[in-house]
Ligand binder design. Structure first.
Ligand code: FAD
Length: 437
C-alpha cells in the first residue's frame, strides 16, 4: 500500500479518497509552501494530526493535499515564569504532559487517546477527558495560536498573556473548528500547578438512583472530584466477559478521583467522599492510592469500549451531553429502547453529563441493523438535545455527526456557520464537507 493510502481514514473508519499528495512538513515555512502550491493548483487541503479522530475530521473526501503534522512535533519552550508551554501541533499530548510534570506543572486535558493523539488535533477538536470535570477542556488552556489561512497568509493570535479581551475571540473560534478555518503550526498552552497527590475511590451501589443521587450532590458536600465516571450493570456484564473475570454485575459503580497539593488535603476529600457514598447507600467502597491500585480500579472502566465491541455484532457510539440532573432520565430512556436484539446503554464522564452512548447489535442481521441503527441514533441525539444537551461533548462533528448538527442549530445559526466558513475559506478548499456543507 502506498503512503497516500494510509492517510485515507481515521478512527471513524470511514475510507476517504486517496490524497493527491501527502506531505509531512518539518517547518512552518514548509507548511506555507504547501499551501501556496495547493492554491496554485486549486487543490483542497486536509490537515492531519495522528488520525485518532472519531468523526472523520481528517478523512479526505475530495481530491486533496494532505498535510500531516507528524514531523512538526517539537516542544519549543516550557516557560516556567510565564506558566506556558509553546509547542508545535504534532506533539503527542501525553508527551507534553510528562515533560511539564517534570517541572511541577500540569497540562490537564486528558483524552483517553493521549498517548497517540496530537495537541494540534486536540485544539482542532477541543478535546477533553475525565479531568474536564474539574479542569476544563483544551479550549480553557489555549492562550495563543500561530498558523496560516488556507491561501498561505500567516496569522498570529494571542500569545503568552493569560488575559486578553481584545477584539473578537478568534482563538476560541479556531479551537474546535476541526481543521476547516485555519492551519495551526504553533500553540501556546497555559500550565497550572501540578496537584502532587491524588486518590481514586470506587463506590458500589445497588440502584442507579442511589449512584446518580450521590454524583449529583457531591458539590454541596465540599467535594470537587477531578473525575467522576459511572458504569451500569450492562457495562459490568460486558467487562466481566471481556476480562474473563467474575464481577458483581448486579451493581452500579461510581469511580471518582480527588486530587490536591498535600496528602492531608486529599485524605480529607477522600474521607468526605467515602462517608457521603456510604450515607447514600453504597454497599462497598474501595480506595486506591498507589499507581498499581489505581490501575486495577480503572481496569473495568478502561476496557469498556473494547468490551462492548467484542460482545456485539455491531456498535455505534455517540458522545452526547445532557445537563447533569437529567442523566438518570436519559439513561432510563436508553434502557426503555433496548430489546433482545438491540441494546442501548450509557457510561462515562457522568460528572459533567458527557455520556458515551453505545447502540449494540446483539441479534439483528445486517439489513435489519442498517435500517434500525440510524433511527435509534437520531432518537438518542434528539433526546439529548431535547433535554438541553449536545450531540457531542468531545468527538466533534466531522462527517459522522454532520447529518445531526441541525438538531442543535436552527437555520439562522447554520447560515452563520456557513458565512463564517466563507469568510475564512472563500473557495471552500480547507477540509471541505466537514461540519457543514
Ligand atoms: C481510543 C480513543 C480514545 C479517544 N478518547 C477521546 C477522549 O477521551 N476525548 C476526546 O476528546 N477525544 C477522544 N478521542 C478522539 C481523538 O483522539 C481526539 O479527537 C483528538 O483530539 C484527535 O487528535 P489527532 O491528532 O488524532 O487529530 P486527527 O484525527 O488527525 O484530526 C482531527 C481534526 O483536527 C484537524 N487538525 C489536526 N491537526 C490540525 C492542525 N495542526 N491545524 C488545524 N487542524 C488540525 C483535522 O483536520 C481533523 O479535522 C479518542 C480517540 C480514540 C481512538
Amino acid at each position: 500500500m502506498s503512503l497516500n493510502e494510509d492517510y485515507r481514514s481515521d478512527h471513524s473508519h470511514i475510507l476517504g479518497i486517496t490524497p493527491i499528495e501527502v506531505v509531512c512538513p518539518t517547518t512552518a515555512d514548509e507548511v506555507k509552501a504547501c499551501l501556496e502550491k495547493a492554491k496554485e493548483n486549486r487543490w483542497d487541503v486536509v490537515v492531519r494530526g495522528a488520525g485518532t479522530g472519531m468523526t472523520g475530521g481528517a478523512v479526505p473526501i475530495s481530491k486533496a493535499l494532505v498535510i500531516s503534522m507528524e514531523k512538526l512535533n517539537a516542544i519549543l519552550d516550557i516557560d516556567i515564569p510565564n506558566r506556558v508551554a509553546v509547542v508545535q501541533p504534532g506533539v503527542i499530548t501525553g508527551y507534553l504532559q510528562a515533560e511539564v510534570e517534570k517541572q511541577g506543572l500540569f497540562y490537564p486535558p486528558d483524552p483517553a487517546s493521549l498517548v497517540i493523539c496530537t495537541l494540534g488535533g486536540n485544539v482542532a477538536e477541543n478535546a477533553g477527558g475525565p479531568r474536564a470535570l474539574k479542569y476544563g477542556v483544551t479550549r480553557d488552556y489555549v492562550l495563543g495560536l500561530k498558523g496560516f489561512w488556507v491561501d498561505g497568509t500567516p496569522f498570529s493570535l494571542g500569545g503568552k498573556q493569560h488575559k486578553n479581551v481584545a477584539g473578537y475571540d478568534l482563538i476560541s473560534l479556531l479551537v474546535g473548528s476541526e481543521g476547516t478555518l485555519g492551519i495551526i503550526t504553533e500553540i501556546t498552552l497555559k500550565l497550572i500547578p501540578l496537584p502532587l497527590h491524588s486518590c481514586d475511590i470506587q463506590a458500589v451501589f445497588k440502584t442507579m438512583a442511589e449512584a446518580l443521587h450521590t454524583l449529583a450532590n457531591l458539590y454541596t458536600h465540599g467535594i470537587f472530584p477531578s473525575a467522576a465516571e459511572f458504569m451500569d450493570r450492562s457495562c459490568l456484564e460486558a467487562a466481566s466477559l471481556y476480562l474473563n473475570k467474575p464481577l458483581d454485575t448486579q451493581d452500579y459503580r461510581l469511580l471518582c478521583q480527588v486530587d490536591g497539593f498535600s496528602e492531608e488535603d486529599v485524605h480529607i476529600q477522600a474521607e468526605r467522599l467515602l462517608s457521603y457514598c456510604k450515607k447514600n447507600g453504597a454497599l462497598e467502597v474501595e480506595i486506591a492510592k498507589t499507581p498499581a491500585e489505581k490501575s486495577k480500579l480503572w481496569e473495568v472502566r478502561r476496557c469498556l469500549s473494547l468490551a462492548l465491541k467484542a460482545n456485539s455484532l455491531n456498535k455505534t457510539s455517540h458522545d452526547v451531553v445532557v445537563p447533569p440532573a437529567s442523566i438518570g432520565h436519559f439513561l432510563s430512556m436508553l434502557t426503555s429502547w433496548s430489546n433482545e436484539s438491540v441494546q442501548l446503554l450509557g457510561y462515562g464522564h457522568l460528572g459533567d453529563g458527557n455520556i458515551h452512548v453505545n447502540i449494540l447489535n446483539v441479534g439483528l442481521d445486517k439489513a435489519e441493523w442498517e435500517k434500525i441503527e440510524p433511527l435509534l441514533s437520531q432518537n438518542v441525539l434528539e433526546l439529548a438535545v431535547n433535554m438541553g444537551g449536545s450531540i457531542t461533548g468531545e468527538h466533534g462533528i466531522g462527517l459522522t455527526k454532520k447529518p445531526y448538527l441541525h438538531l442543535m442549530a436552527d437555520s439562522r445559526v447554520m447560515e452563520l456557520y456557513r458565512s463564517i466558513k466563507a469568510v475564512f475559506d472563500p473557495e471552500n478548499r480547507l477540509n471541505p464537507g466537514k461540519i457543514i456543507n
